[in-house]
Design a protein around this ligand. Structure first.
Ligand code: GCU
Length: 421
């Protein structure tokens, strides 16, 4: 099978991804999932009230065994508006660029948020938020978007020697569907994940896990790159809460692939995100870790040692020993609407494992009388299912495209009852 169809991003291709992977359902080793409702004292959670405590216990297990600590807000967090254009996208949108500065001092580390809002909105709008892979300038060809100055992975057009140039503008337009979002009454907030931590094994040395170690009171090794990216999403939320044109109670957090893992971890910690969308997040995201299908715990830990805490590597040989599995991460979203999406040609991410992750989160949603997927088996291709917990598997490769966004917009319309549309 071509690496492309396995959903492997060429520019991040790790050597260990070439280790043979299992794609045969008959070769899945037997496993037993931990029960999210089973408390430490052996009793079962039976009410949403009891779940509050259990939720914290599960969150702590993920901190210890998988993603590491999650610090709170940094002191002196500052938002500086860098530019505003009320005539962006041919007069359809307002474009704002904001420096989210992690400290009082102007030289503190920062992340740049790009925000688009529909001009025609009569009231504060719901917003889709998420990190991007190659810089804000890649989400649209709009020449007013600032180019990032930091390290970017080589690979895409317009990135040379790890620096982005103007030729990278609009490189991932397809993945963001910005005009469609605006025309349907939604805003978009995004930031480049490398502003938080460059995505390579040594990235932590120049990222916020080092530069903010003192101000956050946390050593770099106590958390992870996914933790740092997720932390940045919460700081984006801090900013959105101050923006009068945004309805901060209607922020849908999205993320594709590794950034889907980060989005799930962010939303698990931060319940201000009202909707959570995992797009092809795979291993370490929505897919069950216990299934040896496509990418495994061992492979991900070997290829991307910086993504998780060191302790997670102890489960390389036997994920059955993990006290959690990813259905429990998804359960931490309850009772908020959750959408999990897969792609047929993205077997590397284990679509069935992603479906089962969502399926096994259902008992927790039931505590809140919320309906789950409404199906027992995986649905057919391009047949979305579910209400508060939704799922689809679309045709095509590892990606986030117009089809995915149509489902997410419909999902958000349904749950936000978007008045602006
Ligand atoms: C690799 C990695 C996945 C990840 C993906 C991506 O394929 O193995 O775990 O989700 O990159 O982020 O595109």
């Amino acid at each position: 099978m071509a690496l492309y169809t396995l959903g492997i991003n060429f520019c991040f291709l790790p050597a260990s991804a070439q280790m043979p992977a299992n794609y045969d359902e008959d070769k899945i080793k037997p496993y037993q999932l931990p029960d999210p409702l089973r408390m430490e004292n052996g009793k079962t959670v039976t009410s949403s009230k009891q779940w509050e405590k259990q939720r914290i216990a599960i969150l702590n297990l993920f901190k210890t065994h998988v993603y590491g600590a999650m610090p709170g807000k940094v002191a002196g967090l500052t938002f500086r508006t860098l530019s505003v254009d009320s005539m962006a996208l041919d007069g359809k949108a307002i474009r704002k660029q904001i420096a989210v500065i992690f400290g009082k001092d102007a030289n503190s580390p920062k992340m740049e948020v790009l925000l688009y809002l529909p001009v025609e909105a009569k009231s504060p709008v719901p917003v889709f938020a998420g990190l991007n892979f190659y810089g804000n300038q890649t989400v649209h060809t709009d020449p007013g978007i600032n180019l990032p100055t930091g390290w970017i992975a080589n690979g895409p057009t317009g990135v040379e020697n790890n620096i982005a140039n103007v030729a990278s503008r609009g490189f991932q337009t397809e993945r963001w569907q910005l005009e469609e979002l605006i025309s349907r009454g939604y805003g978009l907030a995004t930031a480049y994940y490398g502003d938080l931590e460059p995505d390579h094994a040594e990235g932590w040395k120049t990222g916020i896990r080092t530069t903010l170690a003192k101000s956050l009171g946390l050593q770099a090794q106590e958390w992870s790159a996914i933790g740092a990216w997720a932390w940045g999403l919460s700081r984006m939320m801090d900013y959105l809460e101050t923006e009068p044109l945004v309805n901060a109670r209607q922020v849908a957090l999205t993320g594709h692939s590794r950034l889907g893992k980060a989005a799930l971890w962010a939303a698990a910690n931060d319940t201000r995100f009202a909707i959570v969308i995992s797009n092809n997040s795979g291993e370490g995201g929505a897919a069950l870790a216990r299934r040896n299908y496509g990418e495994t715990v061992e492979v991900i830990n070997t290829s991307f040692p910086h993504w998780f805490v060191a302790k997670f590597k102890e489960y390389n040989k036997d994920p059955n020993q993990l006290p959690v599995d990813q259905h429990m991460l998804l359960a931490l979203m309850a009772p908020r609407p959750l959408y999990v999406a897969s792609a047929v040609e993205d077997q590397w991410a284990d679509p069935k494992g992603e479906f089962l992750g969502a399926k096994h989160a259902e008992p927790v949603y039931q505590l809140f009388n919320k309906k789950g997927l409404g199906v027992v088996q995986m649905p057919d291709v391009n047949q979305p299912v579910g209400d508060v917990v939704a799922y689809h598997i679309r045709s095509g490769k590892h990606d986030i495209n117009a089809y995915d966004w149509q489902q997410y917009l419909n999902f958000a319309d349904r749950h936000f009852n978007n008045p602006a549309k």
